[in-house]
Design a protein around this ligand. Structure first.
Ligand code: MN
Ligand code: MN
Ligand code: ZN
Length: 287
């Protein structure tokens, strides 16, 4: 099973690999810099090559970069939009330099400019990144679009929006989707029953195509189905619950994808939350 979680790069990129090995995980998500700041420290050749060597010789098989939180490629504000396009291109470049083959990104919020306008902005932003020299230099890097909970005017809560964006791109050959279970559930997609999960995945297949689904963010939800609140809970301790996760991690369409936890880092005050959640997920897996 490809399983892991989001870990800090506080001790450097190689430090994150070491932390992943300590947790015995084979998949890892990181930020490439402080996710709440537009500033990106240059990745030196030395840092990149030591990471690449460390990664190659590690039990970690999958590494993904999550883009920064400030990005808003759906923004009607010209300055923020331009910054977002530039930052997205930089994230591709940082992944390429590190030898990481995917980045996952949120799609921002339309801020009242309406969904259609938001979709058009996102398509323009992605098309520009895809047409950039950076994107053609780092041919191994794919961009994964993450579904959202649909809070406020955030884009990408519905699979049809994701599908509309992807089908409008000039070249979507290196674009895929990351499905966040908390977000999908909060956006109204049932995951807790066999029939519900099947229907949700049928919808995803119809609107986007299951072949585009490349990764799962495995998070329980603090709020009920359709609440549109983006609040992650520990696996089995939220409204999706153990039964739901047991169906999700064993579903044949999802089985071989990397599962990445973005669950809270503390568990009743214990700092060992990742280990507890990871162990629980492993115990749900049937093979
Ligand atoms: Mn995310
Ligand atoms: Mn997520
Ligand atoms: Zn979330």
């Amino acid at each position: 099973m490809l399983l892991g979680c989001h870990l800090s790069i506080g001790k450097g990129f190689t430090g994150a690999i070491e932390a992943a090995e300590n947790l015995s995980i084979n998949a890892l998500q990181i930020f490439s810099h402080n996710a709440s700041s537009w500033k990106m420290k240059t990745i030196t050749k030395e840092a990149a090559s030591s990471f690449q060597t460390r990664f190659k010789n590690s039990s970690v098989k999958v590494v993904v970069i999550h883009t920064m939180y400030l990005l808003n490629p759906a923004s009607p504000d010209e300055v923020l939009f331009e910054r977002s396009v530039a930052a997205l291109e930089q994230e591709v470049k940082r992944a390429g330099i590190l030898g990481i083959d995917r980045i996952v990104t949120h799609l921002g919020a339309h801020k009242g400019s309406e969904i259609e306008a938001g979709i058009a902005r996102i398509v323009t932003a992605l098309d520009r990144v895809i047409a950039s020299e950076t994107f053609s230099s780092y041919k191994g890097v794919e961009i994964l679009l993450e579904n959202t909970a649909g809070t406020g005017t955030t884009m990408g809560a519905s699979f049809s929006e994701l599908g509309a964006i992807i089908s409008a791109l000039s070249d979507a050959s290196r674009v895929g989707v990351c499905l966040d279970t908390c977000h999908a559930f909060a956006a109204g997609y049932e995951l807790r029953t066999c029939e519900g999960l099947a229907e949700t995945l049928e919808t995803l297949d119809r609107e986007v195509g299951l072949e585009r689904l490349k990764m799962i963010h495995l998070n329980d939800s603090k709020y009920p189905l359709g609440s549109r609140h983006d609040r992650h809970a520990h696996i089995g301790h939220g409204d999706i619950g153990i039964e739901g996760f047991s169906l999700i991690v064993n579903h044949k369409a999802l089985h071989d994808l990397p599962f990445i936890l973005e669950t809270p880092k503390k568990f009743d005050g214990q700092a060992d939350a990742d280990r507890i959640n990871l162990d629980l997920v492993r115990s749900l897996r049937q093979e």
